[in-house]
Design a protein around this ligand. Structure first.
Ligand SMILES: [Zn+2]
Length: 66
């Protein structure tokens, strides 16, 4: 079985680690949004942010294989 990497997501503003997850879907995006609303005051999210607007406020990298 192929081993896919994990996404490591951190906040682009405060650099707090938000999540390590094998996939990023609606539930995960929602959690990023919750953090961003309490965090990035200098770059607040719009009322109904697009996926692009959420994702440009977080950093996503692939976890190094163990
Ligand atoms: Zn943050």
């Amino acid at each position: 079985m192929r081993r896919w990497g994990l996404f490591v997501v951190t906040c682009a503003s405060c650099e707090k680690p938000l999540m390590t997850t094998p996939l990023i879907g609606a539930v995960e995006i929602r959690l990023f949004e919750d953090h961003l609303r309490s965090c990035s005051q200098h770059d607040p999210l719009p009322e109904s942010p697009t996926l692009r607007e959420v994702m440009r406020r977080v950093r996503v990298r692939i976890a190094d294989p163990a």
